[in-house]
Design a protein around this ligand. Structure first.
Ligand code: BG6
Length: 493
């Protein structure tokens, strides 16, 4: 259970997943639900109803899960696995046709269970969110105990995001809407809040007097094979920065909330987003942002040559697979402290981390010291490292060496670290929205992103090329280098 969550009451729920046989469902949601079941966090009567075009029966769907998911999860008790499969149902829905039989079948399946929590998980493209909610309303399926879960992308700019929020808002109250950002379910992300607000020593130095800058990186080795349809319209800024990286930034930068409740934390997060200095003028966008696209290297294809169902076009050439941004927060705590954000595909390593770089000692009596650094590693090997200076053992001259004080979650805690989706689904089932994005947060994030997108779209320049497997375009190194800084990996011992 999340340290931020109230104890799960394990209400009986009907969880209806639109896009229920899709990639997200089969790779993340179903395994997460199985883990929750195995840990006793699903009530005995809870059902999972997958909606898809598939034309599958319940038995077909259970067979598909047995074939595709069983190998991904630990099945130590075959009877328990069978019980889990028994929770699964499938309803075929022919979206866009006049055939109403799918909606009738869903109505029939849910009928008589109005007292249960009803969760509609929309793991389907965002243009379906409004229409699906309207259909659910028409069919009379939205009960007071209903919640709706929205997967990203929540629009492609502020206007489209507002459109989606308004449509969904016609049928669900804000407290019933759970907008997922799976980064918020990651263990280290929640530990960041505990580290900051359950320990006294950090708060006095968590500001511009002591912190030089912050780096937030989400580096991936994977490219975008088979994803051109989505990625050509997204790019790294929409896909990763607008949501995941800005969410991490808010948690680093927020003021201590008064309470650990559903609104207090989100109130503080939204204030951070509203304090971001807008990057609007083309000259500022050029100076504070970098975009890149990977080119072929070794056996890795270029972005344009990735296998895809559609050939690349002019728009594909303009898509950024890498971006780095220097952000600033205009408030008392953070004035003058740059927050460098960076994400990219086909980088040399998979690593998501937050690096808080402290300032140097005010007066050094030893030669060769380097300033302290706090590294919060989200993946791989979730953990926290505080780099401090120590004396290298030996007689004679004092020689300093940076050494990490390391907390590895894997080594310190023997309990299994749950996947982000598992935690978030548990919170949805418990009705706890703390780790989900509120409408004003999503819109504040788009408000900051929109001018950058507009300037990139208006620019005649294409993204800077970088060979696949390297740390991104030269511009990213210049972005931090201009103020004499380096990215974390460049000077790692
Ligand atoms: C998703 C993006 O939201 O996050 C993907 O759409 C990206 O492009 C993924 O690969 C990264 O998630 P994680 O948990 O592997 O860092």
């Amino acid at each position: 259970m999340s340290p931020l969550s109230p104890p799960s009451t394990a209400h009986t729920a009907d969880l209806v997943v639109f896009g229920g046989t899709g990639d997200l469902s089969m790779r993340k949601l179903i395994p997460a639900l199985y883990h929750a079941d195995r840990d006793g966090r699903l009530s005995p009567e809870t059902r999972v109803i997958a909606m898809s075009r598939g034309g599958l029966t319940d038995a077909d769907f259970r067979g598909k899960v047995d074939a595709e998911v069983r190998a991904q999860v630990p099945v130590d008790d075959p009877a328990m696995w069978q019980r889990f499969l028994g929770r699964l149902h499938h309803v075929s829905l022919d979206v866009g046709s006049d055939d109403r039989s799918g909606w009738s079948a869903l109505t029939k399946l849910l009928g008589g269970h109005e007292q249960r929590d009803r969760i509609f998980y929309l793991a389907s493209p965002p243009m379906t969110f409004g229409p699906f909610c309207a259909e659910l309303h028409e069919a009379g399926l939205i009960t007071p105990q209903s919640r709706v879960v929205l997967e990203k992308p929540l629009g492609r700019d502020l206007a489209s995001s507002q459109g989606i929020n308004a449509q969904v808002g016609l049928y669900f109250d804000e407290h019933q809407i759970f907008r997922i950002d799976h980064y918020l379910g990651k263990e280290t992300v929640q530990n960041l809040l505990v580290l900051r607000f359950a320990n006294a020593f950090l708060e006095p130095i968590w500001n511009s007097l002591w912190i030089d800058h912050v780096q937030i990186t989400a580096a991936e080795t994977v490219g975008t094979p088979g994803r051109r349809g989505y990625y050509d319209h997204a790019g790294a800024l929409r896909d990763m920065v607008q949501n995941h990286l800005l969410q991490l930034l808010t948690l680093v930068a927020m003021e201590p909330p008064a309470r650990n409740d559903r609104e207090s934390i989100r109130d503080e997060k939204v204030k951070v987003l509203q304090s971001l200095r807008p990057i609007v003028e083309a000259s500022e966008v050029d100076r504070f942002t970098v975009r890149g696209q990977y080119t072929a290297s070794g056996d890795m294809p270029s972005y344009l040559d990735e296998p895809a169902s559609t050939p690349p076009n002019e728009a594909s050439k303009r898509v950024e697979t890498f971006t780095a941004i220097r952000a600033e927060i205009k408030n008392w705590r953070w004035a003058g402290v740059p927050f460098y954000l960076r994400t990219g595909k086909r980088l040399p390593y998979r690593r998501s981390e937050i690096v808080v770089q402290f300032k140097d000692v005010p007066h050094s009596i030893f030669p060769g010291g380097t300033p302290n650094r706090l590294v919060l590693r989200l993946q791989p090997e979730e953990g926290i490292e505080l780099h401090i200076m120590a004396k290298e053992p030996g007689a004679g001259e004092v020689t300093l060496k940076p050494v990490p004080l390391r907390l590895s979650f894997g080594e310190t805690f023997t309990t299994r670290v749950p996947e982000a989706y598992e935690r978030l689904l548990t919170d949805v089932l418990a009705g706890n929205p703390t780790l989900f994005m509120r409408r004003d947060e999503v819109e504040a994030a788009w408000r900051w992103i929109d001018p950058i997108l507009a300037a990139w779209e208006a620019s005649a320049e294409l993204p800077e090329p970088y060979p696949a497997g390297t740390t991104g375009p030269a511009g990213a190194h210049e972005l931090v280098g201009r103020s004499g800084r380096t990215w974390h990996e460049e000077d790692q011992p």
